[in-house]
Design a protein around this ligand. Structure first.
Ligand code: ATP
Length: 328
């Protein structure tokens, strides 16, 4: 039997995502359920270094399951990247009798947690919180589902104006390295084309495809573009190219930006966050460390943090084919 842990800490780090609050709530309540003290750390690793801690009980997380963002605030900490900074963080944890840390964040935050564990042997557990869904070891990261719903809602609204004016809209969505948001929302929003970082459609093929759509009777079109799409042109350059190479369309551009990170978490993200929080705390209490909790085939599973950081998520090729067929 591992030594009984009496006190844990939780922090949110890197970019915020909807569902982080629901995960904090779950971590705090699972601790209370197992009679373990819980401490919230403000502003991620920055608060760990500054000793910005707050004791949290089951009632202190009331009314947050439906809130976007993170009540613990998030930050990117340069000091934590230095051995000196991490030493101070470790001393603060020891001085406060904290025996394990739950990190809610992306792969950068997990890298920090792993480095910290390797230096001090301090138990750490990761919960994947990012809208990009770019972490290996889970089919869904926290906030991905909510972001999809936010984007689809925006596409629906833009389509109203596109079809009223025979317009072609390029809509940029988040996804510097992966096209999960673009591909899913493109299909759900009925986009004519979807440009993602994993595939190079090519500009000529794009124009060809838009021309084909128009010949088949479409009067307006929507193209979803991931920030890091492989053609390598930003959304304004794409507009310029189509303006120069296609006639008859009034081309407009819409960059959705940070609105994709905000808003109340979806039902799916709230349930996922609740499950992940329980699994993270109970895994630490079992004496395990250096894992990320994730959803695989609808089960809570553990993936070593190292694999979660290094592994690549793959785009669903079946979805690519579906999108091709739908844009006929
Ligand atoms: P997002 O996916 O939203 O960018 P993230 O968790 O990947 O989230 P990062 O800014 O990459 O966000 O990382 C968050 C924090 O983790 C950094 O500000 C830093 O404090 C810590 N961190 C990242 N990499 C390391 C590292 N190699 N060593 C120590 N700490 C690190």
């Amino acid at each position: 039997m591992p030594k009984k842990i009496k006190k844990l800490a939780v922090l949110t780090s890197g970019g915020d995502s909807p569902g982080m609050n629901a995960a904090i709530r779950s971590v705090v309540r699972t601790c209370a359920y197992h009679d373990v003290e819980c401490v919230g750390v403000y502003r991620g690793y920055e608060g760990l270094i500054e000793g910005d801690f707050k004791s949290m009980g089951a009632r202190s997380v009331r009314g947050i399951i439906n809130k976007g963002g993170t009540i613990l605030k998030s930050a990117r900490s340069q000091t934590f990247r230095t051995p000196e900074g991490r030493k101070i963080a470790y001393q603060n944890l020891v001085d406060n009798n904290i025996e394990g840390l739950v990190v809610i964040g992306g792969d950068g935050s997990f890298t920090g947690a792993l480095v910290f564990n390797q230096e001090f042997g301090f138990p750490v557990m990761g919960i994947p919180g990012t809208i990009d869904n770019d972490i290996f070891g889970t089919s869904h990261t926290l906030g991905f589902d909510t972001a999809l719903n936010t984007v689809v809602d925006a596409i629906d609204k833009i389509r109203d104006t596109a079809s009223s004016h025979n317009r072609l809209f390029f809509i940029e969505v988040m996804g510097r390295d992966v096209g999960h948001i673009a591909l899913n929302t493109g299909i759900a929003g009925g986009a004519e084309e979807i440009l993602i970082p994993e595939e190079d459609l090519g500009l000529d093929r794009l124009v060809e495809s838009l021309n084909r759509s128009r010949k088949s009777g479409k009067t307006s079109s929507i193209v979803i573009v991931a920030e890091g799409d492989k053609i390598g042109k930003n959304i304004f350059e794409l507009k310029e190219y189509v303006d120069d190479n296609m006639e008859g369309y009034d081309v407009r551009v819409s960059v959705l930006g940070h609105m994709q990170r905000g808003g109340a978490p979806s039902c799916f993200d709230r349930v996922l966050a609740s499950r992940m929080g329980v699994k993270a705390v109970e895994t630490l209490l079992e004496g395990k460390t250096n894992y990320m909790v994730g959803l695989i085939a609808n089960k809570m599973e553990l993936t070593p943090l190292d694999n979660a950081i290094k592994g690549k998520t793959k785009i669903n090729l079946e979805l690519l084919r579906v999108s091709d067929i739908m844009s006929i």
